[in-house]
Design a protein around this ligand. Structure first.
Ligand code: SF4
Ligand code: SF4
Length: 285
């Protein structure tokens, strides 16, 4: 077994659905200085990228959007997978490795996991700008381990996953696609010859609309509660369902980045979250 195969096998045993390897040189062709893997770990040569489902397929079918967050899947285990791989690389091969990257400054991540995933061949950019789409699994949740170990990179996909053929047809007919239609406030773009011509994802709008179960909105609510003169209103702010949900999300590491409404009617995501019941074999008594 090659080192690459060993690393991928370990990550899958730990719960990763997909694993790909990106070359730092490929990432650095797009990432600006200050946001590159070798800014975080000097001498970094490779990034091992792990991906999994956002939530269970059943949660996407629930009319209660909160079930998506309550059933978060890969988010809950991704740090453990990355740490196991980083420790394996260091102990078995003697190369430095990081299981996580520094926290973002504002809305700016220290390293774009989306870019790493693209360069590792796990998926491609989409019109629903906040996400990378995989042809079989739809939207991916991501994690990455940065290492100085030179590994054979998988490289980016040759064909883009987005737009789906049905979106191209819809675009020709109605001049829009499901994701843009669902969230015109955050998303805009245009298709040309069956490809994305341009797209824009306004992360500032998306974050303030959709990132409502994380430390920042909770801090903001605490500040507002502190200024609230009415004792009854203050009590409901501090003890109500918003603060409880936010604290619960943080306690279980299920902080919400996006609401996902833009992906509800995305054909690639629909395919990724659709299950076909398998025949249940009856045991003879
Ligand atoms: S996650 Fe929600 S707010 Fe953000 S782009 Fe999608 S639909 Fe809009
Ligand atoms: S709905 Fe999905 S496949 Fe279609 S354009 Fe939007 S992100 Fe791409």
């Amino acid at each position: 077994m090659t080192p690459e195969e060993e690393i991928k096998q370990l990550a899958k045993q730990r719960g990763a659905e997909l694993v790909g390897i990106a070359a730092v040189a490929d990432i650095n062709r797009y990432a600006p200085p200050g946001y590159r893997p070798d800014d975080i770990l000097p001498g970094a040569k490779s990034v091992v990228v792990f991906a999994g489902n956002i939530t269970t397929r059943g949660a996407w079918r629930s009319p209660y959007y909160e079930t998506i967050f309550a059933n978060f899947d890969f988010f809950r285990i991704r740090y453990g997978i990355s740490l196991a791989v980083a420790k394996f690389i260091e102990s078995k091969y003697g190369y430095y490795a990081l299981a996580d990257t520094p926290p973002p400054v504002g809305l700016c991540p220290s390293l774009s996991l989306k870019l790493c995933a693209e360069m590792a061949g796990l998926g491609t950019r989409s019109m629903a700008g906040g996400v990378i789409l995989n042809r079989e699994r739809g939207v991916l949740n991501l994690m990455a381990c940065v290492t100085t170990m030179p590994l054979k990179a998988d490289g980016p996909l040759m064909e883009p996953v987005c737009p789906h053929a049905s979106c191209v047809k819809l675009g020709q007919k109605r001049g829009t696609v499901p994701c843009l239609e669902a969230c015109p406030e955050c998303l805009s773009g245009e298709l040309e010859s069956g490809r994305i011509k341009w797209m824009r994802f306004d992360r500032r709008v998306c974050s303030t609309r959709a990132q409502n179960l994380s430390p920042v909105p909770l801090q903001r609510m605490l500040l507002e509660a502190e200024k609230e003169p009415d004792a009854g209103v203050r009590k409901s702010m501090l003890l109500g369902s918003f603060s409880r949900n936010a604290l619960q999300a943080m306690a279980s590491s299920t902080i919400v980045g996006q609401c996902g409404v833009c992906l509800r009617d995305c054909p690639v995501c629909i395919k990724g979250r659709t299950l076909k019941p398998r025949e249940i074999k009856k045991e003879r008594c």
